[in-house]
Design a protein around this ligand. Structure first.
Ligand SMILES: NC(=O)c1ccc[n+]([C@@H]2O[C@H](COP(=O)([O-])OP(=O)(O)OC[C@H]3O[C@@H](n4cnc5c(N)ncnc54)[C@H](OP(=O)(O)O)[C@@H]3O)[C@@H](O)[C@H]2O)c1
Length: 237
């Protein structure tokens, strides 16, 4: 039986992924701060879901991952779906720093922990839900875009490391556009996917060991435009 941990499984994409993995025979360790939501999932499938409620920005993150892995009796896949981000038109530093704590620092701790675990085991899969927002800067939520750029760049670095060390670790970077969750905070939204559809596309990408995917697929077109757009034009949109 395959074993997975999802960091950020209480709602949205992470929760849909947890349910999908369960339906596909995985034993799933679920993490988030909202204990009641983890308990609901556990009650639904007590032999499938192993939950641990904690804040990924607090001390003891690696120890908690270890505890959950022990309960699962191993680990094949780690998904980092935790994320926060605030619209910050007034550029308030108190809104920016928590985003860095979760999307950069906690992300970094989790992927390094998983990488070393899979390195020792000689195989494993890491998947992270980054964002199309990471492709360019964002005037409305600068820390959010920058944190997602960090994730995208970091994951590319890990893939290079994997290739050079000839490791059997797959690193999947899933970049959604808009998904219908509490995180879709932009005023104008389009091509919005349901969390279930997003989860299915991410699961298929993990199964086929894809490096990078856009959720949904047509967001690749937007990505292409974003990457090509010169700064003088981008700054005006
Ligand atoms: N929805 C979109 O349009 C969209 C687009 C692009 C990228 N994304 C990315 O997709 C990922 C998943 O977001 P979502 O859309 O599914 O939104 P969501 O429903 O708000 O999910 C966010 C998850 O992160 C967890 N989390 C946040 N802070 C945490 C902390 N300090 N400690 C532990 N867990 C924490 C939340 O759990 P608790 O609150 O229970 O702690 C929740 O399970 C995020 O990284 C987001 O940036 C979303």
């Amino acid at each position: 039986m395959q074993k997975a941990i999802i960091v950020g499984a209480t709602s949205g994409i992470g929760k849909s992924l947890a349910l999908l993995l369960a339906d596909n025979g995985y034993k799933v360790g679920i993490i988030g701060r909202r204990e009641n939501l983890l308990a609901e999932l556990h009650t639904e499938k007590p032999n499938t879901f192993y939950s641990l409620a904690f804040d990924v920005t607090a001390n003891g993150l690696e120890e908690n991952l270890q505890i959950l892995t022990k309960q699962l009796d191993g680990l094949d896949l780690l998904i980092f779906s935790a994320g926060i981000g605030e619209l910050n038109k007034d550029l308030n530093i108190d809104l920016e720093l928590p985003t860095i704590d979760v999307n950069v620092k906690a992300f970094n701790k989790v992927v390094i922990w998983a990488f070393h675990y899979f390195e020792k085991q000689k195989t494993g899969q890491i998947a992270v839900i980054s964002s199309i927002a990471g492709l360019r800067g964002g005037g409305i939520a600068p820390a959010y875009n920058a944190s997602k750029a960090y994730q995208i760049n970091y994951l590319e670095g890990l893939r290079q490391k994997v290739r050079k060390q000839k490791l059997a670790i797959s690193i999947t970077d899933a970049r959604p556009g808009f998904v219908d969750t509490a995180m879709a905070k932009a005023e104008e939204k389009f091509w919005m996917a349901t969390p279930e559809k997003a989860a299915l596309q991410i699961f298929n990408a993990i199964k086929t060991k894809k490096n990078v995917i856009y959720i949904t697929k047509r967001w690749r077109i937007i990505a292409w435009f974003l990457k090509l757009m010169p700064s003088y034009l981008y700054e005006r949109i």
